[in-house]
Design a protein around this ligand. Structure first.
Ligand code: PEP
Ligand code: MN
Length: 543
């Protein structure tokens, strides 16, 4: 399918799943008009750089680590939580890189991961309501009433507070500005040496209490230090000066593109005023940046200069005016043929994905995704039929652009053997080249046995789904290119990691969950559990 009949708003003519209904349409339109005027958050150059790096992942030349919150909250847009999240991703990538000897492409679920699909649009909750006059003791008697309210759909739609569940368009602007502040702080940190490979122990590692993790990580650091010292000597670099380009790293942003009004407003043409000079090399499948992945690049900012748009061929000066007039229509058509095709970029993040609940072939989300030039993800759950995968790939990547599509399996540890093989076979039978990624979280959600109102995940299920995916890919001759995880390096005031998932080297048990359970959405691996996954990945990728 061509993108000829596509526009950033063509999704509006299609049926949409997980829609948000705003009562005040005029208010929504005012907000969208404002969003359309606001500057892009990321640039086409950065987006294309990521796509090139993902082409290397698809070819087995790099490993993709994607992770972050299930849902970011506006309140978490603050220096400490951002630093902790970043630290964990950086440390994990260093461990994987060290073990696998593969460059690691880092994508965070950050700076825009606000909207959530929900299995039920409403939920029943308890409201405490006054019951009679205030007593002589000054205490108001209350009674509990059950009420049905809209589910929490993420901070860019409504509030977690039970009294704040009506969708408010103003929150879309809140999402934009919180994304901007988060991204700005990440860029600042990275440009100020936060990811300097010479001091990885500064990345908030000190609060980790597990002696095993400390020991394992110290071994990585020692061996890394050796290599850095060697490189210093080899490159003739001296302290404080040139340090061999190890001062910062690439880090890209991502979120589920669920709220299409918001995504549309931040969709910009490469021939528009904000990015007129941009013209990425279309034939290139790999950038030099990939081979120096742990090196010069910042969150998308780049020191590379790309060639500018090809010069249009001159118009024939020999045509007489009358001829020009009579042929003007044809000439215009011809000019169209030689102009570089217009590209549309979603500038709210480098990478966006379609969730398992919104991937209907004839639906609004697939329609929106087929027109943008960003690398994209598609979640694959047990309900995805193999032939549907092929059809969706044909729709979103008709030109077979390498690095364009990441297929994100999220089957569950007990179902991956049943569904992944047929999904791989279906894609193998086509000429599509994809990144295969394992989301080891969303098929493994369970209720806590001590408090059924809490959702949890077992570390062992996460690891099983990853290692089974790797084994199945090996059997099929394909490659598991990366993992997609819900995790956080956040700690509470006393410096304790969150307690949302069971197991790992900390040996968290079901009864420990309530100790520091913070998520308003799905349970996340904590700092130590994230490092545990990284060490296991490093081992598996080495073998
Ligand atoms: C998610 O990634 O947060 C999510 C909701 O995933 P899925 O669409 O796979 O359920
Ligand atoms: Mn989730």
């Amino acid at each position: 399918m061509s993108t000829k009949d596509w526009s950033p708003s063509s999704w509006r003519d299609k049926p949409i799943a997980q829609d948000v209904i705003y009562e005040d349409k005029a208010h929504l339109e005012k907000v969208l008009t404002k969003l359309r005027r606001l500057p892009p958050l990321v640039s086409p150059v950065e987006i294309d750089r990521l796509r090139c790096q993902l082409a290397d992942v698809a070819a087995g030349k790099a490993f993709l680590l994607q992770g972050g919150d299930c849902a970011e909250l506006f309140d978490d847009c603050s220096s400490d939580p951002i630093e902790h999240k970043l630290s964990l991703i950086l440390l994990m990538s260093l461990i994987i890189l060290h073990g696998s000897r593969l460059p690691v492409v880092r994508i965070a679920r950050i700076a825009g991961q606000y909207a959530k699909p929900r299995s039920k649009p409403t939920e029943m909750v308890d409201f405490e309501i006054p019951d009679g006059p205030v007593g002589t003791d000054g205490v108001q008697k209350t009674q509990i009433e059950k009420r049905e309210i809209l589910s929490f759909r993420g901070d860019n739609v409504n509030g977690y507070d039970k009294a704040d569940r009506n969708p408010d368009p103003e929150r879309l602007l809140g999402a934009y500005f919180h994304s901007t502040a988060t991204l700005n702080y990440i860029r600042t940190l990275l440009l100020s040496g936060f990811a300097d490979l010479h001091k990885p122990l500064d990345w908030s590692f000190s609060h980790v209490r597990s002696p095993e993790i400390h020991k394992a990580f110290s071994a990585v650091i020692e061996s890394l230090q050796d290599s850095l010292d060697f490189m210093k000597v080899a490159t003739g670099a001296v302290g404080g000066g040139e340090r061999g380009g190890m001062e910062t790293v690439d880090l890209f942003t991502s979120h589920e593109a669920l709220l299409l009004e918001y995504e549309e407003a931040l969709t910009r043409s490469d021939q528009g005023s904000t990015s007129r000079s941009f013209s990425p090399p279309s034939s290139r499948t790999s950038t030099p940046a990939v081979s120096r992945s742990v090196s010069q690049i910042r969150v998308g900012t780049t020191s590379e200069t790309y060639p500018h748009s090809p010069v249009r061929p001159p118009r024939s000066p020999k045509l007489t005016e009358s001829l020009q007039n009579s042929f003007s229509d044809i000439k215009l058509e011809k000019e169209k043929d030689v102009q570089p095709a217009e590209k549309w970029y979603n500038t709210s993040a480098h990478f966006i994905w379609i969730g398992d609940r919104t991937r209907q072939l004839d639906g609004a989300h697939v329609e929106y995704f087929r027109g943008i030039a960003n690398p994209i993800g598609i979640k694959l759950g047990p309900s995805m039929r193999p032939d549907e995968i092929v059809r969706i790939l044909d729709i979103v990547n008709p030109d077979r652009i390498p690095g364009k599509v990441t297929l994100i399996g999220r089957y569950g540890a007990d179902k991956v053997d049943q569904y992944l093989p047929a999904h791989i076979d279906a894609v193998k039978a086509t000429d599509h080249v994809v990144v295969w990624q394992c989301d080891a979280m969303h098929g493994n959600t369970k209720s806590s046995t001590t408090d059924p109102s809490l959702k949890t995940r077992h570390f062992v299920d996460v690891i099983t789904e990853i290692t089974r995916s790797m084994a199945i890919h090996r059997e099929k001759g394909t490659i598991l290119g990366g993992v997609h995880l819900e995790l956080t390096g956040e700690v509470n005031e006393e410096g304790y990691s969150v307690t949302e998932c069971i197991g790992g080297s900390m040996e968290l048990e079901d009864k420990d969950l309530s100790f520091n359970y913070r998520t308003h959405c799905d349970p996340r691996l904590n700092f130590e559990q994230g490092l545990d996954v990284a060490f296991l990945l490093a081992d598996h990728l080495r073998s």
